[in-house]
Design a protein around this ligand. Structure first.
Ligand code: DAH
Length: 345
C-alpha cells in the first residue's frame, strides 16, 4: 500500500509545475508541510513491519529529497527570473537600520527646554568664548572676585604664547547670555539659555573642565519671588514627577538679590533618606533669585520699572538624578555601550 503511494507521489513530484511563487508555496504545503502528503507517509511508516522498513525507508527518504530539491530548483528559477526582470523583491526582509541614539545630556536639555517652553520661555544662545564684561562685570561680580582667578577660569591668550593680561575667557556659566539678551532686547523678556560652560577643574567622577547649564531669565513689570517659586515648582514636578517637593534655601550669588538654592525631595528614596541624598531626603538642583537691580541697570534696564528672576541649573546634575549616572566622565567618553542604553528614551 505504502509502496504504491510512494511510487504515485514520485511521479507527481517529478511532474510538479508552478507558474508563480504562490503556486510553488502551495505545492510545498501539499507535500511537505506538517500535514503534507509526504509527511503523512512518514507517519504511516511507523506501522510498517520491521522487515520492510529498510527498503521503504530508503524510498521514502528519496521521495522527500526529490520533492525538496524540485522545490529548490523552482525557487531558484523564480529568483533568477525576477532578477532578470530587475523587479525588486518585495518579500525580502530589509537590511537592519542602525539607528543612532540621542545623548543623555541632550535628552535632559530638551526636556528642560520643553517644560519651560510651556510657560512661555524661548531659547537664546550666546558665545562660549566670552569677555570679562559679559561673564562677570555686568553680572555684579566685584573686581577681585575669585571666579576671575586663573585657577578657576580658562583665559584665552590673545597672541599665541604671549601671556599678557587678557579679558577674553571661556564662559564659566551661561548667565553670560543674560547680559547679552538684556542689552539687545526690551522687556518683557522670558528666555532659557542652554549651553556648554568651562571651569579650570581637575577631571574626576564628580567634576569636569566642561559641563552644561540651562539658565532662565524672566524680566517684566511686577515680577515677584512668588512667580519664581511657582515656575520652579512646576518644573520640578514635570521633570521628576507630581509628588516631588521643593525647598528654597537662602544663598548668595552676585547677580541676584535675594538669592536661593533649590532642593527637591530625593527622587531615589522619595524623601525618606538614602545614600544618594546623604540621609537628608533632599538634593540640590539649582541656584536662583531675583535679578539684582545693579545687573538690570548695567544692561540698560530701568530697575524702578522692571524686576525679574533668574535661575541656573547643571544639565549633568539633572541627568544624574533622572538616569542615575554616577560618573560625569561617562558623558564625554562616547562609549557606545553607555550611549546605547538611552536608545528608547
Ligand atoms: N551661574 C550660577 C552658577 O554657575 C548658577 C545660577 C545661580 C544662575 C543663580 C542664576 C541664578 O541665574 O540666579 O553656578
Amino acid at each position: 500500500m505504502i509502496k504504491e503511494r510512494i511510487q504515485e507521489l514520485m511521479t507527481q513530484v517529478q511532474q510538479m509545475q508552478a507558474q508563480s511563487a504562490e503556486q510553488m508555496e502551495a505545492l510545498r504545503i501539499k507535500y511537505l508541510s506538517k500535514k503534507g502528503e509526504i509527511t503523512e507517509l512518514f507517519n504511516q511508516f511507523r506501522e510498517v513491519p520491521k522487515e520492510e522498513k529498510k527498503e521503504l525507508g530508503m524510498q521514502l527518504n528519496a521521495l522527500r529529497q526529490m520533492a525538496e530539491s524540485r522545490l529548490q530548483e523552482m525557487r531558484e528559477a523564480f529568483e533568477a527570473q525576477r532578477a532578470a526582470e530587475d523587479k525588486p523583491d518585495l518579500t525580502r526582509t530589509p537590511e537592519p537600520i542602525a539607528l543612532g541614539t540621542r545623548h543623555p545630556l541632550s535628552l535632559t536639555k530638551e526636556e528642560i527646554v520643553d517644560i519651560f517652553s510651556r510657560l512661555g520661555f524661548t531659547v537664546a544662545e550666546g558665545p562660549e568664548v566670552e569677555d570679562d564684561k559679559h561673564v562677570f562685570g555686568m553680572l555684579n561680580f566685584a573686581p577681585e572676585h575669585p571666579a576671575r582667578d586663573m585657577q578657576d577660569t580658562f583665559f584665552v591668550e590673545k597672541e599665541e604664547g604671549v601671556q599678557k593680561p587678557t579679558d577674553i575667557l571661556l564662559r564659566t556659566h551661561t548667565s553670560s547670555v543674560q547680559t547679552r539678551v538684556m542689552t539687545s532686547q526690551k522687556p518683557p523678556i522670558r528666555v532659557l539659555c542652554p549651553g556648554r560652560v568651562y571651569r579650570n577643574e581637575a577631571i574626576s567622577a564628580r567634576a569636569h573642565c566642561f559641563f552644561h547649564q540651562v539658565e532662565g531669565l524672566y524680566i517684566d513689570k511686577n515680577v515677584s519671588f512668588a512667580d519664581l517659586r511657582q515656575a520652579l515648582m512646576y518644573f520640578a514636578k514635570e521633570m521628576f514627577g507630581p509628588d516631588t517637593k521643593i525647598r528654597l534655601r537662602p544663598s548668595y550669588f552676585p547677580f541676584t538679590e535675594p538669592s536661593a538654592e533649590m532642593d527637591i525631595s530625593c527622587n531615589i528614596c522619595g524623601g525618606t533618606g538614602c545614600g544618594f541624598c546623604k540621609q537628608t531626603g533632599w538634593v540640590e538642583i539649582l541656584g536662583c533669585g531675583m535679578v539684582d537691580p545693579n545687573v538690570l541697570e548695567s544692561c540698560g534696564i530701568d530697575s524702578k520699572e522692571y524686576s525679574g528672576y533668574a535661575f541656573g541649573m547643571g544639565v549633568e546634575r539633572i541627568t544624574n538624578l533622572k538616569y542615575r549616572v554616577k560618573d560625569l566622565r561617562l558623558f564625554s567618553e562616547n562609549d557606545v555601550r553607555f550611549l546605547q542604553q538611552f536608545e528608547s528614551c
